[in-house]
Design a binder for this molecule. Structure first.
Ligand code: PLP
Length: 394
């Protein structure tokens, strides 16, 4: 028997993947399961991006690139920051990575020492605490309450700071809640981080998916001093429906970006070359497909939301961005006789054949996450199944 390293024995496998695996098993047995677990847009990557990647390969651009990304891609990212956020970065302040997830992983590896603390608001994206743990750091959680749209307050942030606090993770728009911090809220949180010398890790991967007139503002655009304190994490997975291409990036402090690049030089060498060429086209070409996808999500949100909250025992703050509903189903679990929401979610899968993600993986065990990165028809069928399931059981 081989023994594994301590660092992996402490890892919690992704809850998102566990339920998806179970749902796939059921599908393989011929059961018609409706999956509401998707973490990726259900659209194909826009054609011009695919064409650009194919062309680059035909032209023989299939070799290693600079570790931190092609200069032309860094430039496209820098131009995007100027265009969308009005903030300026030098090429030495940008690293292109194998997805935003890998940008975050590399970042924590280079900023955290044993016992350094990272403040993480609940509900959180499942990978944050695991990545912090893998880097030897310690997660300190603060609770974003449903009453405050799952957002944390400046007082809560202040209360969690110790002399070991190294970083604070902000994810707006949020996975799983879809909530967006306003400019005023960001300013207050940012100023606290500046005052205490805390690195702001701003995960803006859902930037382009905002609805009903809500706007995304990067905390880095609030003031030069907050920008200096911030590492922005972003990528094209969600905005351009490019999850499988694995391109993300980080932007911020030169010394941190250099350390990340040095680490990547010994781990990945560079992000996949054809994907980098595709991403140049994604940013330098038309942004119309991005807006079309956003509109499709917005229409689904507004069609589904009223139906969702009319289900007995379901309560949901209307999301402002991303493509998830984060629903409090504690009451639904109770009236159907389940001891916990985890059990309720299991019941939904096994008896109603609807796959949802239990909130426990996001640190919020009274909730389930439903993704509307699926057709309206699919979602509406799922709601019909869920309603009958609850009616029959109560
Ligand atoms: N951050 C958040 C909040 C996410 O939901 C995701 C994807 O699910 C990522 C980062 C990672 O995106 P990628 O690695 O595909 O760029």
């Amino acid at each position: 028997e081989f023994s594994l390293a301590k660092r992996v024995s402490a890892l919690t496998p992704s809850s998102t993947l566990a339920i998806t695996a179970k749902a796939n098993e059921m599908k393989a047995e011929g059961i018609s399961v409706i999956g509401l677990g998707a973490g990726e847009p259900d659209f194909n990557t826009p054609q011009q991006i695919i064409e650009a990647a194919i062309l680059s390969m035909r032209e023989g651009k299939t070799k290693y690139t600079a570790t931190g990304g092609l200069p032309a891609l860094k430039k496209a990212i820098i131009d995007k920051f100027i265009r969308d956020q009005g903030i300026d970065y030098k090429p030495s302040e940008v690293i292109v990575t194998n997805g935003a997830k890998h940008a975050l992983y590399t970042l924590f590896q280079v900023i955290l020492d044993e016992e350094d603390e990272v403040i993480i608001p609940i509900p959180y994206w499942v990978s944050y605490p695991e990545q912090v743990k893998l880097a030897g750091g310690k997660s300190v959680f603060i609770n974003g309450s449903e009453e405050n749209q799952f957002k944390i307050t400046p007082e809560q942030l202040k209360g969690a700071i110790t002399d070991k606090t190294k970083a604070f993770i902000l994810n707006s728009p949020s996975n799983p809640t879809g909530m967006i911090y306003t400019e005023e809220e960001l300013k207050l949180l940012g100023e606290i981080c500046v005052e205490h010398g805390i690195i702001i890790v701003s995960d803006e991967i859902y930037e382009k998916l905002v609805y009903d007139g809500h706007n995304h503002i990067s905390i880095a655009q609030i003031s030069p001093s907050i920008k200096e304190q911030t590492i922005i994490i972003n990528g094209v997975s969600k905005s351009h429906s490019m999850t499988g291409w694995r391109i993300g990036y980080a932007a911020g402090n030169e010394k941190i970006i250099k350390a990340m690049t040095d680490l990547a030089s010994h781990s990945t060498s560079n992000p996949t070359t054809p994907s980098q060429y595709g991403t140049i086209a994604a940013y330098n070409g038309t942004q119309e497909p991005v807006e079309e996808m956003r509109k499709a999500f917005e229409e689904r949100l507004n069609t589904i939301y009223p139906k969702l909250i009319s289900i007995p025992g379901f309560r949901c703050v209307k999301p402002q961005g991303a493509f998830y509903f984060f629903v409090n189903v504690l009451e639904a679990a109770k009236i159907t006789g389940y001891e916990s929401v985890d059990e309720f979610a299991k019941g939904l899968l096994e008896e109603a054949n609807v796959a949802v993600i239990p909130g426990s993986g996001f640190g919020a065990p009274d909730y389930i996450r439903l993704s509307y990165a699926t057709s309206l028809e699919n979602f509406e069928n799922a709601l019909t199944r869920i309603s009958s399931f609850i009616t029959e059981k109560r």
